[in-house]
Design a protein around this ligand. Sequence first.
Ligand code: 4AD
Ligand code: MG
Length: 431
Amino acid sequence: MVEQVYLKHIGQHVGSEVEIRGWLYNKRSSGKILFLIIRDGTDLIQGVVVKSEVPQEVFEGAKRLTQESSLIVRGVVREEPRAVSGYELAVTDLEIVQLAEEYPITPKEHGVEYLLDRRHLWLRSRKQHAIMLVRNELIKATRKFFDERDFVLIDAPILTPASVEGTTTLFETDYFDDKAYLSQSGQLYMEAAAMAFGKVYCFGPTFRAEKSKTRRHLMEFWMIEPEMAFYDQEDNMKLQEEYVSYLVQHVLEHCQKELAVLERDITKLEKVVPPFPRLSYDQAVEMLQKNGSDIQWGEDLGAPDETIIANHFDKPVFIYGFPTEIKAFYFKPDPQRPEIVLGSDLLAPEGYGEIIGGGERIADLDLIVQRIREHNLPEEHYQWYIDLRKYGSVPHSGFGLGLERTVAWICGLAHLREAIPFPRMLNRIYP
Ligand code: 4AD
Ligand code: MG
Protein backbone atom coordinates (compact mmCIF):
# COMPACT_ATOMS: atom_id res chain seq x y z
CA MET A 1 0.00 0.00 0.00
CA VAL A 2 1.55 3.30 -1.11
CA GLU A 3 1.05 6.13 1.39
CA GLN A 4 -0.80 9.23 0.17
CA VAL A 5 1.07 12.36 1.25
CA TYR A 6 0.86 16.10 0.80
CA LEU A 7 3.79 17.82 -0.89
CA LYS A 8 4.21 20.14 2.06
CA HIS A 9 5.57 17.14 3.99
CA ILE A 10 7.45 15.50 1.13
CA GLY A 11 10.82 15.98 2.85
CA GLN A 12 9.83 13.33 5.41
CA HIS A 13 9.47 10.68 2.69
CA VAL A 14 12.81 10.69 0.89
CA GLY A 15 13.54 7.18 -0.39
CA SER A 16 9.92 5.99 -0.09
CA GLU A 17 7.26 5.43 -2.69
CA VAL A 18 4.33 7.84 -2.15
CA GLU A 19 1.07 8.84 -3.81
CA ILE A 20 0.35 12.47 -4.72
CA ARG A 21 -3.12 13.67 -5.73
CA GLY A 22 -3.17 16.91 -7.63
CA TRP A 23 -3.02 18.75 -10.92
CA LEU A 24 -0.51 19.24 -13.70
CA TYR A 25 1.03 22.70 -13.38
CA ASN A 26 3.41 22.49 -16.29
CA LYS A 27 5.16 19.96 -18.49
CA ARG A 28 8.46 19.68 -20.37
CA SER A 29 9.67 16.89 -22.52
CA SER A 30 13.04 15.78 -23.78
CA GLY A 31 11.95 12.85 -25.93
CA LYS A 32 12.38 9.85 -23.70
CA ILE A 33 11.92 11.75 -20.42
CA LEU A 34 8.91 13.81 -19.35
CA PHE A 35 9.18 16.39 -16.58
CA LEU A 36 5.80 17.00 -14.95
CA ILE A 37 5.43 19.88 -12.53
CA ILE A 38 2.66 18.72 -10.23
CA ARG A 39 0.82 20.79 -7.64
CA ASP A 40 -1.39 19.43 -4.89
CA GLY A 41 -2.52 22.64 -3.22
CA THR A 42 0.27 22.61 -0.65
CA ASP A 43 3.33 22.83 -2.90
CA LEU A 44 4.82 21.84 -6.26
CA ILE A 45 7.07 18.94 -7.19
CA GLN A 46 8.84 17.84 -10.32
CA GLY A 47 7.79 14.36 -11.41
CA VAL A 48 10.15 12.57 -13.77
CA VAL A 49 8.72 9.94 -16.13
CA VAL A 50 11.38 7.91 -17.89
CA LYS A 51 10.10 5.99 -20.91
CA SER A 52 12.33 2.99 -20.34
CA GLU A 53 11.41 2.68 -16.65
CA VAL A 54 7.59 2.77 -16.66
CA PRO A 55 4.89 0.70 -18.38
CA GLN A 56 4.12 2.05 -21.82
CA GLU A 57 0.59 3.21 -20.85
CA VAL A 58 2.02 5.31 -18.02
CA PHE A 59 4.39 7.12 -20.37
CA GLU A 60 1.65 7.58 -22.98
CA GLY A 61 -0.75 8.88 -20.29
CA ALA A 62 1.83 11.39 -19.09
CA LYS A 63 2.35 12.56 -22.67
CA ARG A 64 -1.39 13.27 -23.08
CA LEU A 65 -1.61 15.35 -19.91
CA THR A 66 -2.68 18.94 -20.51
CA GLN A 67 -2.12 21.89 -18.18
CA GLU A 68 -4.37 21.59 -15.07
CA SER A 69 -5.40 18.00 -15.76
CA SER A 70 -6.14 16.30 -12.45
CA LEU A 71 -4.13 13.21 -11.65
CA ILE A 72 -2.98 10.68 -9.11
CA VAL A 73 0.66 9.86 -9.36
CA ARG A 74 2.92 7.45 -7.51
CA GLY A 75 6.66 7.49 -7.34
CA VAL A 76 9.81 7.43 -5.26
CA VAL A 77 10.89 10.67 -3.57
CA ARG A 78 14.46 11.84 -3.91
CA GLU A 79 16.31 15.03 -3.10
CA GLU A 80 17.04 17.22 -6.09
CA PRO A 81 18.30 20.69 -5.18
CA ARG A 82 17.86 21.94 -8.77
CA ALA A 83 14.14 21.05 -8.91
CA VAL A 84 11.36 23.44 -7.95
CA SER A 85 10.83 22.31 -4.33
CA GLY A 86 14.21 20.69 -3.73
CA TYR A 87 12.66 17.23 -4.28
CA GLU A 88 11.78 15.12 -7.25
CA LEU A 89 9.43 12.22 -7.79
CA ALA A 90 10.66 9.29 -9.89
CA VAL A 91 7.24 8.37 -11.28
CA THR A 92 6.24 4.70 -11.26
CA ASP A 93 2.51 4.97 -11.92
CA LEU A 94 0.00 7.56 -13.05
CA GLU A 95 -3.80 7.82 -13.24
CA ILE A 96 -5.54 10.64 -15.05
CA VAL A 97 -8.61 11.80 -13.09
CA GLN A 98 -9.73 14.31 -15.71
CA LEU A 99 -8.01 15.52 -18.84
CA ALA A 100 -8.38 19.31 -18.72
CA GLU A 101 -9.64 21.35 -21.65
CA GLU A 102 -7.30 23.99 -23.02
CA TYR A 103 -6.48 26.10 -19.96
CA PRO A 104 -7.02 29.84 -20.39
CA ILE A 105 -4.16 30.92 -18.11
CA THR A 106 -0.81 30.03 -19.62
CA PRO A 107 2.68 30.90 -18.42
CA LYS A 108 2.67 33.87 -20.81
CA GLU A 109 1.68 37.32 -19.52
CA HIS A 110 -2.03 38.16 -19.27
CA GLY A 111 -3.70 41.51 -18.57
CA VAL A 112 -5.05 41.98 -15.06
CA GLU A 113 -8.72 42.32 -16.14
CA TYR A 114 -8.37 39.04 -18.05
CA LEU A 115 -7.00 37.39 -14.93
CA LEU A 116 -9.62 38.93 -12.62
CA ASP A 117 -12.37 37.58 -14.92
CA ARG A 118 -10.79 34.18 -14.27
CA ARG A 119 -10.05 34.69 -10.58
CA HIS A 120 -11.57 31.25 -9.85
CA LEU A 121 -8.69 29.76 -11.86
CA TRP A 122 -6.06 32.43 -11.24
CA LEU A 123 -5.97 31.39 -7.56
CA ARG A 124 -4.10 28.26 -8.68
CA SER A 125 -1.16 30.31 -9.95
CA ARG A 126 1.96 30.26 -7.89
CA LYS A 127 2.04 33.88 -6.82
CA GLN A 128 -1.67 34.05 -5.99
CA HIS A 129 -1.32 30.82 -4.08
CA ALA A 130 1.56 32.25 -2.05
CA ILE A 131 -0.44 35.39 -1.21
CA MET A 132 -3.39 33.36 0.12
CA LEU A 133 -1.07 31.27 2.28
CA VAL A 134 0.40 34.44 3.80
CA ARG A 135 -3.15 35.68 4.41
CA ASN A 136 -3.97 32.40 6.13
CA GLU A 137 -0.90 32.72 8.36
CA LEU A 138 -1.84 36.30 9.28
CA ILE A 139 -5.23 35.05 10.46
CA LYS A 140 -3.62 32.22 12.43
CA ALA A 141 -1.16 34.65 14.02
CA THR A 142 -4.02 37.00 14.90
CA ARG A 143 -5.92 34.30 16.75
CA LYS A 144 -2.75 33.21 18.54
CA PHE A 145 -1.83 36.76 19.54
CA PHE A 146 -5.22 37.56 21.04
CA ASP A 147 -5.68 34.12 22.61
CA GLU A 148 -2.33 34.45 24.38
CA ARG A 149 -3.51 37.78 25.83
CA ASP A 150 -6.88 36.52 27.12
CA PHE A 151 -9.03 38.33 24.56
CA VAL A 152 -12.43 36.80 23.80
CA LEU A 153 -13.51 36.50 20.17
CA ILE A 154 -16.97 38.02 19.80
CA ASP A 155 -18.67 38.03 16.41
CA ALA A 156 -20.28 41.27 15.32
CA PRO A 157 -23.45 41.31 13.19
CA ILE A 158 -23.24 42.02 9.46
CA LEU A 159 -26.79 43.36 9.05
CA THR A 160 -27.03 46.55 11.09
CA PRO A 161 -29.52 49.37 11.58
CA ALA A 162 -26.98 52.22 11.71
CA SER A 163 -23.62 53.48 10.49
CA VAL A 164 -20.28 53.54 12.30
CA GLU A 165 -17.98 55.25 9.82
CA GLY A 166 -20.26 57.90 8.33
CA THR A 167 -23.41 57.60 6.26
CA THR A 168 -21.92 58.16 2.82
CA THR A 169 -20.42 54.70 2.33
CA LEU A 170 -23.33 52.48 3.44
CA PHE A 171 -24.59 49.55 1.43
CA GLU A 172 -28.34 49.50 1.95
CA THR A 173 -30.61 46.50 1.76
CA ASP A 174 -34.27 45.73 2.52
CA TYR A 175 -34.98 44.28 5.92
CA PHE A 176 -38.60 43.19 5.60
CA ASP A 177 -40.53 46.46 6.00
CA ASP A 178 -37.42 48.25 7.15
CA LYS A 179 -33.94 49.14 5.95
CA ALA A 180 -30.66 47.58 6.97
CA TYR A 181 -27.04 48.30 6.14
CA LEU A 182 -24.09 46.00 5.67
CA SER A 183 -21.69 46.57 8.54
CA GLN A 184 -18.87 49.09 8.01
CA SER A 185 -17.20 48.05 11.25
CA GLY A 186 -17.98 45.86 14.25
CA GLN A 187 -16.65 48.48 16.64
CA LEU A 188 -19.82 49.64 18.36
CA TYR A 189 -20.75 46.05 19.16
CA MET A 190 -17.23 45.41 20.43
CA GLU A 191 -17.66 48.33 22.82
CA ALA A 192 -20.70 46.56 24.27
CA ALA A 193 -18.76 43.29 24.41
CA ALA A 194 -15.74 44.94 26.11
CA MET A 195 -18.05 46.00 28.95
CA ALA A 196 -19.15 42.35 29.25
CA PHE A 197 -15.79 40.57 28.79
CA GLY A 198 -13.03 43.15 29.32
CA LYS A 199 -10.87 42.46 26.28
CA VAL A 200 -12.52 41.33 23.04
CA TYR A 201 -12.01 41.32 19.30
CA CYS A 202 -13.99 40.54 16.21
CA PHE A 203 -12.78 39.38 12.83
CA GLY A 204 -15.14 39.56 9.93
CA PRO A 205 -16.05 41.09 6.60
CA THR A 206 -16.93 44.78 6.49
CA PHE A 207 -18.44 46.77 3.66
CA ARG A 208 -17.92 50.26 2.29
CA ALA A 209 -19.62 51.67 -0.77
CA GLU A 210 -16.52 53.70 -1.63
CA LYS A 211 -17.14 55.32 -4.98
CA SER A 212 -13.41 55.58 -5.48
CA LYS A 213 -11.29 53.45 -7.70
CA THR A 214 -7.99 53.28 -5.88
CA ARG A 215 -5.53 50.49 -5.33
CA ARG A 216 -6.15 50.76 -1.58
CA HIS A 217 -9.94 50.38 -1.50
CA LEU A 218 -12.22 47.40 -1.72
CA MET A 219 -16.00 47.37 -1.27
CA GLU A 220 -15.73 44.29 0.91
CA PHE A 221 -12.73 43.81 3.16
CA TRP A 222 -11.91 41.97 6.37
CA MET A 223 -11.12 43.74 9.58
CA ILE A 224 -9.71 42.69 12.95
CA GLU A 225 -11.16 44.91 15.66
CA PRO A 226 -9.97 44.62 19.26
CA GLU A 227 -11.68 46.67 21.98
CA MET A 228 -10.36 46.95 25.54
CA ALA A 229 -12.06 48.20 28.70
CA PHE A 230 -9.85 50.43 30.88
CA TYR A 231 -7.30 50.97 28.08
CA ASP A 232 -6.37 54.54 27.26
CA GLN A 233 -4.96 55.67 23.92
CA GLU A 234 -1.38 55.06 25.10
CA ASP A 235 -2.20 51.42 26.03
CA ASN A 236 -3.99 51.13 22.70
CA MET A 237 -0.98 52.23 20.64
CA LYS A 238 1.32 49.88 22.57
CA LEU A 239 -0.96 46.96 21.79
CA GLN A 240 -1.03 47.93 18.11
CA GLU A 241 2.74 47.99 17.73
CA GLU A 242 3.04 44.70 19.56
CA TYR A 243 0.37 43.12 17.35
CA VAL A 244 1.70 44.38 14.03
CA SER A 245 5.26 43.33 14.94
CA TYR A 246 3.95 39.91 15.96
CA LEU A 247 2.19 39.50 12.61
CA VAL A 248 5.29 40.39 10.63
CA GLN A 249 7.61 38.20 12.68
CA HIS A 250 5.17 35.28 12.42
CA VAL A 251 5.08 35.56 8.62
CA LEU A 252 8.88 35.82 8.45
CA GLU A 253 9.07 32.61 10.43
CA HIS A 254 6.30 30.61 8.75
CA CYS A 255 6.17 31.89 5.17
CA GLN A 256 9.75 31.84 3.93
CA LYS A 257 8.83 29.92 0.79
CA GLU A 258 5.91 32.20 -0.01
CA LEU A 259 7.93 35.38 0.51
CA ALA A 260 10.59 33.96 -1.82
CA VAL A 261 7.96 33.21 -4.51
CA LEU A 262 6.74 36.80 -4.10
CA GLU A 263 10.34 38.07 -4.31
CA ARG A 264 9.69 40.12 -1.18
CA ASP A 265 12.63 42.06 0.24
CA ILE A 266 12.51 40.61 3.74
CA THR A 267 15.21 42.91 5.13
CA LYS A 268 12.49 45.59 5.11
CA LEU A 269 10.15 43.36 7.13
CA GLU A 270 12.82 42.34 9.62
CA LYS A 271 12.96 45.94 10.85
CA VAL A 272 9.36 45.82 12.05
CA VAL A 273 9.82 45.59 15.84
CA PRO A 274 8.53 47.85 18.63
CA PRO A 275 8.60 50.73 19.31
CA PHE A 276 7.18 52.47 16.25
CA PRO A 277 7.83 56.16 15.60
CA ARG A 278 5.01 58.57 16.46
CA LEU A 279 4.19 61.80 14.76
CA SER A 280 1.47 64.22 15.83
CA TYR A 281 -0.95 65.37 13.15
CA ASP A 282 0.49 68.89 13.62
CA GLN A 283 4.01 67.60 12.91
CA ALA A 284 2.72 65.57 9.96
CA VAL A 285 1.14 68.63 8.34
CA GLU A 286 4.37 70.57 8.84
CA MET A 287 6.44 67.75 7.35
CA LEU A 288 4.08 67.48 4.38
CA GLN A 289 4.11 71.22 3.66
CA LYS A 290 7.93 71.16 3.70
CA ASN A 291 7.78 68.31 1.19
CA GLY A 292 5.60 70.15 -1.28
CA SER A 293 2.08 69.02 -0.25
CA ASP A 294 -0.60 71.71 -0.22
CA ILE A 295 -2.38 70.17 2.80
CA GLN A 296 -3.79 72.66 5.32
CA TRP A 297 -4.34 72.02 9.03
CA GLY A 298 -7.83 70.53 9.38
CA GLU A 299 -7.71 68.42 6.22
CA ASP A 300 -7.39 64.66 6.11
CA LEU A 301 -4.23 63.07 4.75
CA GLY A 302 -4.47 61.86 1.17
CA ALA A 303 -2.78 58.71 -0.10
CA PRO A 304 0.21 60.67 -1.52
CA ASP A 305 0.59 62.43 1.87
CA GLU A 306 0.69 59.08 3.65
CA THR A 307 3.40 57.91 1.28
CA ILE A 308 5.54 61.02 1.84
CA ILE A 309 5.39 60.48 5.60
CA ALA A 310 5.95 56.73 5.48
CA ASN A 311 9.03 57.23 3.29
CA HIS A 312 10.73 59.05 6.17
CA PHE A 313 10.66 55.89 8.32
CA ASP A 314 11.62 52.25 7.96
CA LYS A 315 8.96 51.03 10.41
CA PRO A 316 5.23 51.62 10.55
CA VAL A 317 4.53 55.13 11.88
CA PHE A 318 1.68 56.40 14.07
CA ILE A 319 -0.02 59.68 13.26
CA TYR A 320 -1.99 60.79 16.32
CA GLY A 321 -4.07 63.79 17.33
CA PHE A 322 -6.19 64.27 14.20
CA PRO A 323 -8.65 67.18 14.09
CA THR A 324 -11.92 66.27 15.83
CA GLU A 325 -13.79 67.82 12.91
CA ILE A 326 -12.70 65.11 10.41
CA LYS A 327 -13.06 62.09 12.67
CA ALA A 328 -16.01 59.81 13.46
CA PHE A 329 -18.44 60.76 16.25
CA TYR A 330 -17.15 58.27 18.83
CA PHE A 331 -13.52 59.55 19.18
CA LYS A 332 -12.68 61.07 22.57
CA PRO A 333 -11.51 64.66 22.22
CA ASP A 334 -8.19 65.46 23.93
CA PRO A 335 -9.23 67.10 27.24
CA GLN A 336 -6.29 69.55 26.91
CA ARG A 337 -7.12 70.41 23.30
CA PRO A 338 -10.69 69.44 22.34
CA GLU A 339 -10.07 70.37 18.68
CA ILE A 340 -8.03 67.15 18.33
CA VAL A 341 -8.90 63.56 19.26
CA LEU A 342 -7.13 60.82 21.20
CA GLY A 343 -6.92 58.66 18.13
CA SER A 344 -4.32 57.51 15.65
CA ASP A 345 -3.71 55.94 12.29
CA LEU A 346 -0.87 53.51 11.72
CA LEU A 347 0.80 53.88 8.33
CA ALA A 348 2.68 50.94 6.87
CA PRO A 349 6.17 51.57 5.45
CA GLU A 350 7.01 51.59 1.72
CA GLY A 351 3.93 53.56 0.70
CA TYR A 352 1.26 51.00 1.58
CA GLY A 353 -0.77 53.56 3.50
CA GLU A 354 -3.00 53.29 6.56
CA ILE A 355 -3.36 49.78 7.94
CA ILE A 356 -4.92 50.66 11.31
CA GLY A 357 -7.35 53.28 12.53
CA GLY A 358 -8.17 53.46 16.22
CA GLY A 359 -8.47 55.49 19.37
CA GLU A 360 -9.98 56.09 22.75
CA ARG A 361 -13.78 56.28 22.77
CA ILE A 362 -16.02 58.82 24.44
CA ALA A 363 -17.08 57.35 27.80
CA ASP A 364 -19.18 60.31 28.94
CA LEU A 365 -22.96 60.12 28.49
CA ASP A 366 -23.67 63.77 27.71
CA LEU A 367 -20.79 64.09 25.30
CA ILE A 368 -21.68 60.97 23.29
CA VAL A 369 -25.28 62.18 22.91
CA GLN A 370 -24.03 65.60 21.85
CA ARG A 371 -21.68 64.10 19.24
CA ILE A 372 -24.40 61.83 17.82
CA ARG A 373 -26.58 64.92 17.36
CA GLU A 374 -23.77 66.99 15.85
CA HIS A 375 -23.22 64.26 13.28
CA ASN A 376 -26.97 64.18 12.49
CA LEU A 377 -27.16 60.47 13.23
CA PRO A 378 -30.59 58.95 13.97
CA GLU A 379 -30.49 58.88 17.78
CA GLU A 380 -33.11 56.14 18.10
CA HIS A 381 -30.75 53.65 16.44
CA TYR A 382 -27.97 54.44 18.89
CA GLN A 383 -29.98 54.07 22.13
CA TRP A 384 -28.29 50.79 22.97
CA TYR A 385 -24.87 52.36 22.34
CA ILE A 386 -25.77 55.34 24.54
CA ASP A 387 -26.88 52.87 27.25
CA LEU A 388 -23.27 51.70 27.57
CA ARG A 389 -22.48 55.18 29.00
CA LYS A 390 -25.22 54.81 31.62
CA TYR A 391 -24.33 51.50 33.20
CA GLY A 392 -20.76 51.36 34.44
CA SER A 393 -19.10 53.41 31.72
CA VAL A 394 -15.30 53.16 31.75
CA PRO A 395 -12.46 54.55 29.65
CA HIS A 396 -11.96 52.21 26.71
CA SER A 397 -10.09 52.05 23.44
CA GLY A 398 -9.79 49.93 20.37
CA PHE A 399 -8.69 49.76 16.77
CA GLY A 400 -9.34 48.16 13.42
CA LEU A 401 -6.66 46.56 11.27
CA GLY A 402 -7.50 46.07 7.60
CA LEU A 403 -6.44 42.56 6.65
CA GLU A 404 -6.04 43.18 2.90
CA ARG A 405 -3.92 46.31 3.42
CA THR A 406 -1.72 44.27 5.74
CA VAL A 407 -1.48 41.36 3.29
CA ALA A 408 -0.62 43.78 0.46
CA TRP A 409 2.13 45.40 2.49
CA ILE A 410 3.69 42.20 3.80
CA CYS A 411 3.53 40.51 0.39
CA GLY A 412 4.66 43.66 -1.44
CA LEU A 413 1.59 43.90 -3.72
CA ALA A 414 0.84 47.02 -5.70
CA HIS A 415 -2.95 46.63 -5.43
CA LEU A 416 -5.41 45.27 -2.84
CA ARG A 417 -7.26 43.20 -5.45
CA GLU A 418 -4.73 40.36 -5.12
CA ALA A 419 -4.86 40.37 -1.31
CA ILE A 420 -8.36 38.85 -1.08
CA PRO A 421 -9.59 35.63 -2.75
CA PHE A 422 -12.50 37.21 -4.64
CA PRO A 423 -12.22 41.03 -4.72
CA ARG A 424 -15.28 43.27 -4.80
CA MET A 425 -14.48 46.51 -6.56
CA LEU A 426 -16.30 49.46 -8.07
CA ASN A 427 -16.56 47.77 -11.47
CA ARG A 428 -16.41 44.13 -10.40
CA ILE A 429 -18.57 41.61 -8.54
CA TYR A 430 -17.74 38.63 -10.82
CA PRO A 431 -16.73 35.86 -10.20
O1 4AD B 1 -10.05 53.68 9.75
P1 4AD B 1 -11.26 52.80 9.65
O2 4AD B 1 -12.40 53.33 8.85
O3 4AD B 1 -11.67 52.51 11.14
C1 4AD B 1 -12.78 51.85 11.55
O4 4AD B 1 -13.58 51.29 10.86
C2 4AD B 1 -12.88 51.76 13.05
N1 4AD B 1 -14.30 51.62 13.42
C3 4AD B 1 -12.07 50.58 13.53
C4 4AD B 1 -12.05 50.42 15.02
O5 4AD B 1 -11.55 51.28 15.71
N2 4AD B 1 -12.58 49.33 15.53
O6 4AD B 1 -10.85 51.39 9.04
C5 4AD B 1 -9.88 50.60 9.69
C6 4AD B 1 -8.94 49.96 8.69
C7 4AD B 1 -8.14 50.96 7.86
O7 4AD B 1 -7.00 51.39 8.55
C8 4AD B 1 -7.79 50.12 6.65
O8 4AD B 1 -6.70 49.26 6.94
C9 4AD B 1 -9.03 49.27 6.48
O9 4AD B 1 -9.68 49.24 7.73
N3 4AD B 1 -9.93 49.82 5.46
C10 4AD B 1 -10.06 49.33 4.20
N4 4AD B 1 -9.44 48.32 3.58
C11 4AD B 1 -9.80 48.04 2.30
N5 4AD B 1 -10.73 48.73 1.62
C12 4AD B 1 -11.39 49.76 2.21
N6 4AD B 1 -12.35 50.40 1.53
C13 4AD B 1 -11.05 50.11 3.56
N7 4AD B 1 -11.50 51.02 4.44
C14 4AD B 1 -10.80 50.83 5.58
MG1 MG C 1 -9.16 55.33 8.91
